[in-house]
Design a protein around this ligand. Structure first.
Ligand SMILES: [Zn+2]
Ligand SMILES: [Zn+2]
Length: 299
């Protein structure tokens, strides 16, 4: 055991195509991912000390292995004197999440002031001048949305490229839109999902980093994956040619498998996928052919 985690599982910290991701992901147990570069937290199946400072949380769905940290996170931020967090969540789940927060506030006789943002696929929010969050469609047994982080660049429109800085400033002063936005999809995360996600959210194929579940691996677990709307390794193999991502971080492995079994199964990926696939596991191979880079950091 590593703390209260099953053997070989627990905290993971890795760098995928230059993007730092730290967290825990064990199907049915606990999932959260810190993205320090974006100052965002993806899901919070628990709210340990080091995620309390994250003021923006993107919650994919209400299964408690992803959402149990909601009230705890809010309570701990209040105790620490931090401003209320903003929590994006699927619109259909917001009523129940609000009721949960209200009950917790009554139990504690305090107000957290959590800002729950009812999110629909297609919603866009500028997190920083250069970073946009887009809500993606989800496909799971309960209301679910995914998220896409994109770098936003303000590019000068082609028709103005020969102009001096002074001329451009004059145009701007007259209200002319001199720039256009260019979006570079950096990281996509669909939350828990069945194979229907690939048609519902094709954006997944084009993000630099795809952080995605692969709950099931063994061929006799295909029916289980379908039944619970989770992905199976076979779903990736069937679509091997579609992934344009630089890195594919596979997460949310079922507790049924040992790390060795997971790594062994991933060796069965076609080479074009294997060279970009990184299992989200502590102290294990970040890529199928390379045993360096991922770092287990205990509990
Ligand atoms: Zn889950
Ligand atoms: Zn789930």
């Amino acid at each position: 055991m590593s703390g209260d985690y099953p053997e070989g599982r627990g905290r993971v910290r890795l760098s995928a195509a230059g993007i730092e991701i730290e967290g825990v992901s064990i199907a049915g147990h606990e999932s959260f991912y810190k993205l320090p570069g974006f100052h965002c937290l993806l899901d919070f199946g628990r709210a340990p000390e080091d995620v309390v400072s994250y003021a923006t949380v993107c919650l994919t769905h209400g299964h408690l292995d992803h959402a149990a940290g909601l009230a705890h996170h809010a309570s701990r931020r209040r105790l620490a004197g931090l401003e209320s967090a903003r929590v994006f969540a699927p619109a259909a789940a917001v009523g129940d999440l609000e009721a949960w927060i209200s009950a917790s506030e009554r139990l504690e006789r305090v107000s957290y002031g959590v800002r729950l943002v009812a999110s629909h696929p297609g919603d866009r929010v500028l997190l920083r001048r250069d970073l946009e969050l887009r809500v993606l469609a989800g496909r799971h047994r309960v209301p679910t949305v995914g998220y896409l982080f994109s770098e936003v660049r303000h590019k000068l429109r082609e028709q103005f490229t020969g102009l001096s800085g002074r001329e451009i400033a004059d145009l701007r002063a007259r209200g002319v839109e001199v720039t256009r936005l260019e979006e570079i999809p950096l990281l996509a995360y669909p939350g828990d999902c069945g194979a229907g996600i690939f048609d519902a959210a094709p954006e997944l194929f084009r993000a630099r980093v795809l952080l995605i579940e692969c709950s099931f691996l063994r061929s006799d677990d295909v029916d289980r994956a379908r039944l619970y709307e989770h992905l199976h390794l076979q779903d990736f193999i069937e679509r091997a040619d579609l992934f344009e991502n630089e890195a594919i971080v596979l997460t949310h492995f079922s507790q049924r498998y040992s790390n060795e079994e997971i790594l062994q199964a991933l060796r069965g990926l076609p080479a074009s996928l294997a060279e970009r696939a990184m299992p989200f596991l502590p102290a294990s191979a970040p890529r199928c052919g390379d045993r360096s880079g991922a770092e287990g950091i205990g509990d």
